[in-house]
Ligand binder design. Structure first.
Ligand code: C5P
Length: 395
């Protein structure tokens, strides 16, 4: 099984003259880490903001600036560079550069290679709020869509000029998420997925609760990968320290009971339900209205059993394709298979409990009607992609 992101896509990153050029350095680092081949092309003025040496060190390739730079075999960099690219991203894209793009002008290497391209073009605007709001800029950006050029952002917030408003370039992590989604094959287009993630929190009194060590990383990685594959994704999450994935409907809950409610309210029309959350099996029968005082030597809590969300969904009259996770400390595959049968699941993901919780990578075995499919230890984002590819085969 090959993850889509491992096919070594190649991107031309065009940098124009904006202070946000510093964010392009971090973006290149993220792209290279994800195995995306990056060719940096800068305008002459962009080199006033960040040096080609920096970009060359990060991308591992010579950076092109001028029309007559040496280094391209046939001496036609504008054709050669875009011919090898799967996409071109201009980040930051200045108001001037976008105006040039719209008029099909080609007076430097970057604008010429955009004109000569045979691949998608994406631009991430970066400018002061007055420049962004100017009717000319607005007119130009509207026209970009008509020319099939995708606009990423801009964001809003504090600007280098001291003002606050629209026009900021998106952060490197946001741009990376857009590029990752752009390069992912849309194998889940038209599918709806509901996913639970994270731990639950069962309150004892207003300041204390029972929870567990689940970080939410696996569930969030699956939600992001599914959205990148074109699915309509709803993520019901217990408390975590993670930012919500991009392009995903996000529902934040605390207790197992509120997670159950959120799932049941959204289960209709779902094609797939994946229960990744580490749901508390028991919750305090009563939540103290005020903070419990340490007056007695012992304290006894009475807990009641929570509903099994996944099993309830799988036992609905018309259930979606149900996937569970089984974290076990011994007899991992055997116990997971038993759980799959009892809960009536099409697929279960078995892992050893200490190898998974809180870590960025994991080693799992997928178990379905056809048997066991062990996957090699890999980052959770790769496991997520492989799991979703496996689900699409079974669907
Ligand atoms: O039975 P166990 O808790 O080990 O099963 C784990 C699987 O069941 C996970 O997929 C988890 O999300 C789901 N689950 C649930 N509701 C519960 C307990 C577990 O959805 N109350």
């Amino acid at each position: 099984m090959l993850a889509p992101m491992q096919k070594n896509k190649s991107l031309v990153l065009g940098i124009t003259a904006g202070i946000a050029a510093y964010k392009a350095a971090e973006l290149v680092r993220l792209l290279i880490k994800a195995n995306i081949d990056v060719q940096v092309v800068m305008t002459e003025s962009a080199t006033q903001f960040i040096t080609p040496t920096t970009m060359q060190a990060l991308s591992g390739k010579p950076v092109f600036v001028g029309m007559w730079d040496e280094g391209v075999d046939n001496g036609m960099p504008h054709i050669e560079l875009s011919r090898n690219a799967d996409a071109i991203l201009i980040a930051p894209a200045t108001a001037e550069f976008v105006a040039k793009l719209l008029h099909g002008r080609a007076d430097d290497l970057l604008s010429t290679l955009c004109l000569a391209r045979d691949c998608p073009l994406l631009v991430a605007p970066a400018m002061n709020k007055q420049m962004w709001e100017n009717p000319a800029t607005q007119r130009n950006f509207k026209q970009l869509a008509a020319d099939n050029i995708a606009v990423l952002g801009p964001g809003s917030g504090e600007q280098a000029c001291g003002e606050t408003g629209d026009g900021r370039m998106l952060e490197a992590t946001e741009l990376f998420a857009h590029i990752e989604a752009h390069f992912t094959p849309k194998i889940l287009a038209d599918k709806q997925l509901l996913i639970t993630a994270g731990a639950t929190l069962e309150m004892i009194d207003p300041v204390r609760g029972i929870t567990n060590l689940s970080s939410g990383k696996m569930g969030y990685a699956i939600a992001q990968a599914a959205a990148n594959m074109g699915a309509k994704v709803t993520l019901v999450s217990g408390p975590t320290h993670l930012p919500p994935p991009h392009n995903v409907a996000f529902i934040s809950v605390n207790s197992a009971a509120s997670m159950y409610e959120a799932v049941m309210q959204n289960i209709q029309n779902q094609d797939v339900f994946i229960g990744v959350a580490a749901v508390a099996d028991y919750a305090p029968t009563e939540v103290a209205q005020h903070k419990i005082k340490k007056t007695a030597d012992t304290l006894t809590l009475t807990l009641h059993r929570n509903k099994d969300i996944l099993a309830e969904v799988a036992h609905l009259p018309n259930p979606p394709f149900c996937v569970g996770f089984a974290a076990e400390s011994e007899h991992v595959v055997e116990y997971a298979e038993k759980k799959r049968i009892t809960k009536k699941l099409a697929l279960i993901v078995a892992n050893e409990v200490t190898s998974a919780m809180g870590h960025d990578d994991n080693q799992v075995t997928l178990i379905d009607d056809n048997g066991n499919h062990p996957l090699v230890r890999a980052p959770k984002s790769t496991i997520a992609t492989q799991l979703l590819e496996h689900i699409t085969h079974l669907l």
